[in-house]
Write a protein that binds this ligand. Structure first.
Ligand SMILES: [Fe+2]
Ligand SMILES: [Fe+2]
Length: 269
């Protein structure tokens, strides 16, 4: 099975300054959804790094060791840039630290065994991988977006695609086998599904309110349209989402290296 080469690109994005509160094509609700997801990343990606690093000593394969290092570097830089992103959008309204605290409180309630943390990381990495694939594969997805925000999201999408199997490859070596392993990773996927969707939506609605977009029905209709109609995010990710339930699932069974190759040239120094 072929995999992408994982390369950390230490980039900084110019996000602060001009009022870009509707940076996604002038669409306040779509912008708020992406901003709502961004709020989850600094805390989430720190959790993912720690979950994978915990098992580093049990991995003998030097190739996977090198991939763990590259994964750690990529997620560390993503976390830093989304922290800067979240500071920049705070200027448009909204209590970012309070929204971030919701995720911290949620995590504090989870099973905190090291192996379940790894299962949760695999599940969230599945979400980021299929979301990244959608953002890269959907024709014209960022065409009307502010160029710098689009550049950040594409960079993040490329790197999520590159490292999409690292946590899962570690899981395959250290995780429980058979039915016990299957049940744990599906339990983790259910948790990730609830938290990722629930908190992204909650964050988006909270940001919209703080930004003066107070028409609840207009907000809900526009979010519904983004998810179901245009660009139809849900239909784009649903088949890939369900592939996680297959007993022989592996992230690289869906080979999307052509998209990484297509877009990464814009980031080569
Ligand atoms: Fe990331
Ligand atoms: Fe990731």
């Amino acid at each position: 099975m072929g995999k992408a080469v994982i390369k950390a690109r230490n980039l900084k994005f110019a996000l602060a300054g001009a009022d870009k509160r509707n940076w996604f094509g002038g669409n306040p609700q779509a912008t708020a959804l992406l901003d709502g997801a961004s709020i989850l990343f600094p805390v989430g990606e720190t959790y993912f790094i720690n979950a994978v690093i915990h098992y580093r000593d049990q991995i003998a394969d030097p190739k996977l060791q090198a991939e763990i290092t590259a994964f750690q570097q990529q997620e560390g830089i993503h976390s830093r840039e989304h922290r800067r992103y979240n500071e920049a959008i705070q200027a448009f309204g909204g209590d970012v630290p309070a929204l971030e605290q919701n995720l911290k409180d949620e995590i504090a309630r989870w099973d905190d065994s090291a192996i379940f943390k790894l299962a949760v990381t695999c599940a969230f990495e599945h979400f980021t991988a299929i979301g990244a694939h959608f953002a890269l594969a959907k024709e014209g997805f960022f065409d009307k977006a502010d160029p710098e925000y689009a550049k950040l999201w594409r960079w993040h999408a490329i790197e999520e695609a590159e490292h999409k199997s690292v946590a899962y490859d570690v899981w395959n070596q250290v995780g429980p086998k058979g039915l016990a392993g299957y049940r744990m990773r599906i339990r983790a996927l259910m948790l990730a599904t609830r938290v990722f969707n629930g908190q992204t939506l909650h964050n988006a609605l909270s940001l919209l309110k703080a930004r003066g977009e107070t028409n609840r029905w207009k907000n809900r209709l526009a979010i519904w349209k983004f998810v179901f109609v245009s660009p139809g995010f849900l239909w784009g990710i649903l088949p890939a989402y369900f592939s996680y339930f297959l007993p022989g699932f592996h992230p690289w069974r869906h080979d999307n290296r052509h998209l990484i190759e297509q877009y990464k040239v814009a980031y080569e120094a």
